[in-house]
Write a protein that binds this ligand. Structure first.
Ligand SMILES: [Zn+2]
Length: 283
């Protein structure tokens, strides 16, 4: 068994991250497996080196050890570009020149079902217009979802303990796979990395369950294995809402500063016991 924890260095880790890391770590260690760390630092505008070292210090405080050096997405841009090129050669992606608002959102992990689906504005532009606009206009690359899903055929993934599920990527529309200033979206980078790292079990928050449809499709298109998945409940704060990076009181740095013992906290989280005021909820 090989599991991973993949923080984005755009803020401090909080109790929700700790819960996920503890469960992924313990699953691997319980079977003599491996546990890897990946730094999802593909968003160069928001990633900060100080959050990389802070995240690793938080994990060490929890008593979590990892195998090998942390993998950095920023060191894997060539692999992302090669995969995108392969999909482009097969006619499965196209350039999109629409405004940046929804494109920016593609860089970070989506939470919950995606909102508006891209209407396909740029899907059928004439080749000559594409060539002309690509030379001068910023653009992202979108997956032609209908074509991709048809090529991939029937898709199935397995939620551990619950059996097989059919993946239904069509509902996501033509998702962004790359943009000009960041050569892979969360979906593409995460899928390629998990395969390259040899991840066999993905243990992550239930907010990402919808993304599994897309990841399963990309695995099929790119000839990658589909790992097993476990989507766990989310840690919510005293207000009943899932924790976010703005919830400073729940940051691991705050808890450590308050004198809490990291290893005891990890043992509690492993047994689904949370500090007073916090709870586990399924979205
Ligand atoms: Zn467009």
């Amino acid at each position: 068994m090989l599991t991973r924890f993949a923080p984005s260095p755009t803020g401090e880790l909080h109790l929700g991250h700790a819960y996920s890391a503890v469960h992924a770590h313990n699953a691997a260690r319980g079977t003599d497996g491996q546990f890897l760390i990946r730094i999802d630092d593909i968003d160069g505008n928001r990633s900060r080196e100080e959050f990389v070292s802070a995240s690793l210090a938080d994990l060490a405080w929890l008593g979590i050890g990892w195998d090998g050096d942390p993998v950095r997405q920023s060191a894997r841009l060539g692999d992302y570009a090669a995969a995108l090129e392969a999909l482009r050669t097969r006619g499965l992606v196209y350039p999109c020149f629409c405004t940046r608002a929804d494109i920016a959102a593609s860089l970070s992990a989506p939470h919950g079902p995606s909102g508006a689906v891209y209407p396909g504005t740029c899907r059928s532009l004439p080749d000559a217009e594409r060539e002309r606009r690509m030379a001068t206009e910023p653009h992202c690359w979108r997956l032609d979802m209908a074509r991709a899903a048809a090529e991939a055929g029937e898709l199935v993934w397995e939620e551990i303990g619950q059996g097989p599920r059919a993946a239904e990527p069509l509902a996501h529309g033509d998702i962004v796979l790359a943009r000009k200033d960041a050569p892979a979206s969360y979906h593409l980078a995460s899928t390629l990395d998990d395969a390259a790292m040899g991840v066999t079990h993905i243990i992550r928050g239930a907010d990402l369950i919808a993304s599994t449809d897309v990841h399963c499709l990309l695995q099929a298109l790119l000839g990658l294995p589909t790992p097993l998945y476990r989507h766990h409940a989310l840690v919510c704060g005293p207000d009943g809402k899932r924790l976010a990076k703005r919830d400073a009181a729940a940051s691991l740095a705050s808890l450590r500063a308050a004198g809490i013992d990291g290893r005891s906290l990890a043992a509690d989280l492993s047994a689904d016991r949370l500090p007073a005021g916090y709870s586990l909820q399924n979205p």
